[in-house]
Unconditional design. Sequence first.
Lengths: 255, 262
Amino acid sequence: MKIIKEKHPFVMRWTHWVNFPILTIMIWSGLLIYWANDVYTVTIFGHSFVNFFPDWFYKVLHIPHRLAEGMAFHFLFMWFFTLNGFFYILYTILSGKWRELVPQKKSFKEAWLVLLHDLHIRKTTAPQNKYNAAQRIAYTAIIVMGLGSVVTGLAIYKPVQFYWLTWICGGYHLARILHFALTLGYVLFFVIHVVQVTLAGWNNFRSVISGFEVLEMSPPVAVEMAAEETNTSTDQDNIADQVMDDPIHPAENIQ
Amino acid sequence: MKMSIKKKGKKLLSVEQRIKRRNFISFASFFLLGAAGLRGWKWLYHSPEETPSITAGMGKPLRRALNKTELFFRNFFSNKHLVQTYPKSMAAKKVRVNAHIGIENEGFKPESWQLAVVKGGGDILSLTIEEIKSLPKTEIIYDFKCVEGWDQIQHWAAVKFVDFVSHFNLQQQATMQYVGMETPNGEYYIGLDMESALHPQTILAYEMNEQPLTLEHGAPLRLIIPVKYGIKNLKRIGTITFANQRPHDYWAERGYDYYSGL
């Protein structure tokens, strides 16, 4: 028997998918700007291991000599990036959904279990509610990073008028480095995110577009359980809730 | 059975039907909005260039956005927001020269240089470097910032532009909205909003690292305006003008933000 389980509210899906192209444009236009003074390297004991960025990389993406264009796009889309993020945070706070998102005390311990399980080192899984412990940490971190990009961005955009922001960021140089490092963070997040979403499968992916997951359960057991526990109706939504909350009989996700 | 479903509407749809229905609606909207977004992006990316005038070289909507964003951030401008200053020991010994635009001609003779201040109504004030140097000297050691992303702590000695204005009785002109400056050959030129020009750290510099300016750094007199990117820091000032409209600006004609304020 199939059951519809509500998962992601509309605002969350909307801001997620709006953010994706905006962040892409911000990273691309940021590259156009960074190229004009591309000084960052990873240097250990005097040896440069990574050079941001090699010539072939710039060439492939047509980055060189587009500073003015990069700034124009960056300073337009920064508005959308900020507003969209603000809207998401506001909604998450007002709706109380932050409770499902923000890491709890136990999350940091449990996140290891998730990691070990995902790396096929450990067989048992950590508890999976809407988000598991690792997701709580990752998805909260990405919001904090977004906030960090706005703050460090403003700190290098108006270092005189917002001198206190620049000061908080540890100065103009550090603010620019942080702004850059956060961008690398997004790219890293994106890679892991896409791999995880691919592994999680269609049902999970669809829920970020349509908002719900479809659960399959063996009807007799589920109905019996529901009857035992509530002694009332066999309303589908109730069953779904109970099954999801039941750690001993987790519902099986189907395509 | 089918009849009753139709009559009673959504509520009696089977789970299977509800899944299909919601999938269809959400995926259709997802792809429609996605397509609309892509169209919007293509429109913006290929938008026609602005008609060249005071600003040029940028797509029309992007220029509009730059100007609107300027208006928003100008609300935060204050003469009380000063750039950070540093001890002399931190000033760069080798000061970076990034461009020679407007100061390339080799025939230039600093000895015969005079600054032309266009007061309006055909009245031009000509000033020698001695007249300017006779005003109170001010020094600043601050972090010069280039639009390219680099910065450097530099040490300049100069006359404050506000002092310059009051000493040469340009208060009337300073009520206008913009200041324009040009090199003697007119090849490099910048425009400044008046509040940035009158900022207490905006100066007309004639010394760098306690030595007279060299030609490549803009001798005999150059602008140092810490509340702007380096592109506004005109070397070898030939003419100063005042206007209520934006004066022409070399980099604003090449796609850059007119304001370029920090």
